[in-house]
Design a protein around this ligand. Structure first.
Ligand SMILES: [Zn+2]
Length: 406
């Protein structure tokens, strides 16, 4: 199939006018400005549309979409977490599946084609037949009450994936956070991630209460943890990253959600282990966090991506990465829109290990692209990121969705 658009954004430095893209069996086979249809080839003409790579959101909780606006902003973090944990068993499989369906549609409409979604209840996915976006199901583990069977869960998830080959679905692994997952569980998940070559992600250094807990100081976390919890690793680390270092709990290439509570001595460790930090600006604001240490991360060359987190802790219930980017650039005016573009395209693609497939429009990449109707502009990147309307058309793995506006 040949798509003939007005403009094609391969990357910020490579814009094609007109923009032609040929795709076959879910992948891009050719791009350029003067591709001619092959004999019998289907052609779609989109002269007023700008094609761009679909965005990659490295931190979301699609299954929690039904909790949008369920809690007031600015709450004490452990109290908020306690409320969420209490609501999880009440989220029936059908409610979770419906949340996933709707949230993935919203994400796709606003330009995102790939989402890493934290998944706390694997059985709830049974019966899910499709999602609008490509999804990495990040299986979440905790061992506050009992030890989960990581190997059996991964096996079940792989079997489920193989029964659904038509979907653009992948797996990832995620110990929840240092206060709900022990060092032993982190290491078991690291081993599994290495054996099965699955991306590893975790919530880390998110709140000051987490830092205090790991440093052995008084914190409201103690009110939500089980009274008989045995954790001799608490109270020995001056930062959550130091906790990882002391407990060998972070694999090379890990994706760390949040990273708000960093100290300068953490940075060489993050750099050495090729960690990517996923910052969620709207959720950051929602909790009233202190300034995100972007300059410190940039100084050390630690990659930063932009995610949305969950609608239960953010006003961005549509998982619109443009909202997150605008908020981020407002707080960090030293970052250009072109640099911000990398944080939702090539940088997250690299963090997932799929830089040859995602984040850009080139031969050999997956056909994951978005078509925008934007005002004529010499800088389509800025026009797309500053826009608020839904995309006109999206494509995930070669499957096209038109977003009708009536
Ligand atoms: Zn999260």
């Amino acid at each position: 199939m040949l798509i003939c658009a007005g403009t094609l954004v391969e990357s910020p430095g490579r814009i094609h006018r007109p923009g032609h893209l040929r795709m076959e069996r879910g992948g891009i086979t050719e791009i350029g400005s003067s591709l001619s249809p092959l004999a019998g080839e289907e052609v779609i003409h989109l002269p007023e549309i700008t094609l761009a790579p679909g965005w990659v959101n490295l931190h979301a909780h699609l299954e929690l979409a039904s909790l949008s606006n369920a809690f007031p902003p600015g709450n004490d973090f452990p109290i908020w977490l306690k409320q969420i944990l209490a609501r999880l068993p009440g989220l029936t499989p059908e409610v979770r599946r419906q949340s996933i369906r709707l949230a993935s549609q919203e994400a796709l409409k606003s330009g995102t084609t790939s989402v890493v979604s934290i998944t706390s209840d694997l059985p709830a996915l049974a019966g899910l037949t499709r999602t609008a976006c490509r999804v990495w199901w990040a299986l979440e583990f905790m061992d506050l009450q009992s030890r989960p069977d990581v190997a059996a869960t991964v096996e079940r998830a792989m079997a489920w994936l193989s029964r659904n080959p038509a979907n653009a679905w992948h797996l990832a692994l995620s110990p929840h956070a240092p206060y709900t997952a022990s060092p032993k569980l982190y290491r078991e998940i690291m081993d599994s991630s290495r054996i099965h070559k699955l991306p590893f992600t975790t919530h880390l250094a998110e709140s000051p209460q987490e830092t205090s807990l790991l440093a052995g100081k008084k914190t409201s976390f103690w009110d939500i943890l089980p009274g008989d919890l045995q954790r001799d690793d608490f109270g020995k680390s001056k930062s959550p990253v130091e906790w990882c270092r002391e407990n060998h709990a972070l694999p090379d290439g890990a994706m760390v959600a949040h990273g708000n509570e960093l100290v300068p001595s953490d940075l060489p460790y993050l750099k050495e282990h090729r960690v990517t930090v996923v910052h969620c600006p709207a959720a950051h604001d929602w909790f009233g966090r202190k300034a995100f240490p972007f300059d410190l991360l940039r100084e050390y060359g630690v990659p930063v991506c932009i995610g949305t987190d969950s609608p239960a802790s953010s006003p961005n219930s549509r998982l619109d990465l443009r909202t997150e980017i605008r908020l981020f650039c407002e707080k960090h005016p030293q970052v250009s829109l072109h640099e911000a573009w990398q944080m939702i395209t090539t940088t997250p693609a690299r963090a997932l290990g799929y830089e040859s497939k995602l984040g850009t429009l080139q031969r050999g990449c997956w056909a994951d692209w978005v078509g925008w109707r934007i005002p004529a502009s010499p800088d389509p990147i800025a026009a797309i990121l500053q826009g608020k309307d839904p995309a006109e058309i999206s494509c995930v793995g070669g499957k096209i969705t038109m977003h009708e506006t009536i």
